[in-house]
Design a protein around this ligand. Structure first.
Ligand SMILES: C[S@@+](CC[C@H](N)C(=O)[O-])C[C@H]1O[C@@H](n2cnc3c(N)ncnc32)[C@H](O)[C@@H]1O
Length: 254
């Protein structure tokens, strides 16, 4: 059953409109750099060299700010996003690479609800064949990442279950998003952007409970970094700087 909601529709309209200028916002770039550092720090395979053989799936890849920085460190990366404007921007960046046909990353516009999704399977197969491999299908992943996206997804339980299905045995999730640390978390988004937001950040204990409940082991939800950005004053005053804690949610499929 599809989980398209009113907020999903608002989300798509907003991100399609923002896609072209997304990468020119230094806050977006900086936040993705911090997410990358956190993923590299927390996923053991980046320390022991195993990650070079990793096939990565990214949920909510957007224009690829995180994807293009992570992809040189892994074997392949498939990004999914529900906003076609974001995927167009991602693909334009692949097209601008010196040798696009040798790229080890790809992105597809899909609301991922099933590990057997044909677009994801097709993208993974195309990347494998580009490396001269024909692996046995269905394709599964060693690592799933997602940055600044969980707060848009209607059912976290459903997406965690899908992630679990998408992983190989021994595969990891490493998901970053801002924390719902209390009423002020709502200020992360200006009023004009709140329509497509399902929740104002993710909750530490709730995430830990849900990841455990999905069947992951080695579950860890902890502060990843603190991100400072300019926000609107709720009372109409001048803009101000505010710091937001981000969580990284880790789990391993045994
Ligand atoms: C705040 S943007 C972050 C994009 C990118 N991760 C970055 O940090 O630059 C959130 C992204 O999640 C996407 N998104 C929202 N709900 C989604 C879902 N259910 N599945 C996949 N992508 C989704 C949006 O279209 C948007 O591109």
């Amino acid at each position: 059953m599809s989980t398209t909601t009113a907020s999903t529709i608002a989300n798509n309209a907003r991100f399609n409109a923002e896609a072209v200028k997304w990468d020119s916002n230094v806050a977006h770039v900086r936040c993705c750099e911090m997410a990358l550092e956190s993923v590299l720090h927390h996923v053991p395979a980046f320390a022991d060299g195993q990650a070079k053989n990793f096939d990565v799936l990214e949920i909510g890849c957007g224009t690829g700010l995180l994807s293009f920085n992570l992809s040189p460190r892994v074997r392949s990366l498939v990004g999914v996003d529900i906003a076609d404007g974001m995927i167009d921007a991602f693909n334009a960046k692949i097209g601008a690479l010196p040798q696009p046909e040798e790229a080890n990353l790809a992105a597809v516009c899909v609301l991922l609800e099933d590990a057997e999704d044909v677009k994801v399977q097709g993208a993974a197969a195309a990347l494998a064949s580009g490396r001269g491999e024909s692996e046995s299908i269905p394709y599964r992943f060693d690592l799933i990442i997602s940055h600044l996206t969980l707060h848009h997804i209607p059912s976290l339980l459903a997406i965690l279950a899908t992630m679990f299905q998408c992983l190989k045995p021994g595969g990891w999730i490493a998901l970053t998003d801002f924390e719902d640390f209390g009423p002020d978390a709502v200020i992360f988004h200006p009023k004009s952007k709140r329509e497509g937001v399902e929740r104002h950040g993710i909750k530490r204990n709730e995430m830990e409970r849900m990841i455990n409940g999905t069947g992951f082991d080695q579950v860890k939800v902890q502060t990843a970094f603190t991100f400072t950005k300019e926000v609107e004053d709720e009372d109409g005053g001048p803009k101000k700087e505010m710091s937001f804690p981000f969580l990284i949610c880790m789990g391993r499929k045994a």
